[in-house]
Design a protein around this ligand. Sequence first.
Ligand SMILES: Nc1ncnc2c1ncn2[C@@H]1O[C@H](COP(=O)(O)OP(=O)(O)O)[C@@H](O)[C@H]1O
Ligand SMILES: [Mg+2]
Length: 469
Amino acid sequence: MRHRSLRTRLVATTVLLLAIASALIGVATTIALRHFLIERLDGDVRASSRVLIRAEIGSPPTLMLPERGPRPPDTLTAIVRNGSVVTATVFPFGADPRPVPASEYRDLASLPEGRPPRSVDLGELGDYRLVASSTPLGDTVVSGLPLAPVEAIVTGLVIIELVVTGITIAGAGVAAAMVVRRELRPLERVAATAARVSVMPLDRGEVSLVERVPDADPGTEVGQVGGALNRMLDNVGSALEARHESEVQLRQFIADASHELRTPLAAISGYTELTRREELSPDVEYSLTRIASQTERMTGLVEDLLLLARLDAGRPLERGEVDLARLVVDAVADAHAAGPDHRWQLSVPDEPVVVPGDGSRLAQVLANLLANARTHTPAGTNVTVTLTAEPSGALLSVTDDGPGIAPGLLPHIFERFARGSTSRSRDNGSTGLGLAIVRAVVAAHGGSVDAASRPGRTEFTVRLPRSGA
Ligand SMILES: Nc1ncnc2c1ncn2[C@@H]1O[C@H](COP(=O)(O)OP(=O)(O)O)[C@@H](O)[C@H]1O
Ligand SMILES: [Mg+2]
């Protein structure tokens, strides 16, 4: 029962209480009525006993039974003399008197005198209320009336009670179900509101939490729940707003900072280049080379940060038709020029593979993946780039047979600043942002990117939908 719905429990409890109350009332009524009817019957039995005694006083023993006067039907009269029944007769209504069967004589003879009427089972005659009294002549007269009419009335009452109670309980059950359903509807609305909020994407971006429970009347219990839920939603809503605001501020700060850093970095590069043209000692020459390469690395980092900050801000992408086949051919040509010691293989369909998107961003995805295949693998590594057109979009994979990605790093490979710890990658301009950018750009196009790696085979798979994001 504890796991049933509140509605079921309320209705069941109502019906049960009503049934118990009806049963108590019914039993009490029936007992009281039966008691009252038997009292009245006993009165009649005593009256007929008195008539009988008077009749016997004025008559010879053979004529002692009363023939006249109104008498209730089925009155029993008997005379007991010296412990044995002399005569015993039942007087039906409108029919001839019938003798009491001799088999019941013992019951009649053993009835104690002068006691209140009592119930006696007289076999085929049924139950009787009998009273025995002594007469002045020394006999005992027994008078009685059948209990059957009383039992018939009581049975009738019980039947009526059962029928009426059954109908009442059924009606009350239906009414209770309707009332409870109506009363619980606001609770369902509270639950529905909570359910809608529970599936809202609240984890990122600007969220407007406009859902509220309509039933917030503090006068009702359900209203109190609704009101509490609404206050909680207010609280959560303002917390989300504050979070969004601080996120926006932080992003803006990173974007501004990256943007501001570009100018001094460009100046440093420029002056380094200028200075290198002078006649310099080998030491200074070396320092300047280091300055130039570190400046280049920092410029890459700043560019990547700026791009990520812009992607985070949901800056709209350029929307156009991009032929991935051409992008791939160009990107592999560039990679080949940058890494002539690697073996580059290309598998592209003859016809264009067009997806909606931002061409320069998608070119960056390719450049980042190919740069990884070039910079994180030794010379002589085979790199295969495959582009396939699929019904749902384009499938691009970049595979190399290099040493692979460390298993501990692989699950975090797309996170920001996640990178391998080899000295080689630290030196070649590694920032740890390349794959984060790949994922952000692909996600902004509604696609997905996956990495799989073991020593000798590392594969990055990019899926881009034809319908766009
Ligand atoms: N093809 C690859 N083979 C081996 N390691 C790779 C490959 N691609 C990426 N990695 C590892 O993943 C890390 C993260 O790559 P990325 O996000 O592009 O950063 P970065 O290239 O600037 O280090 C790299 O530092 C490198 O350790
Ligand atoms: Mg990289």
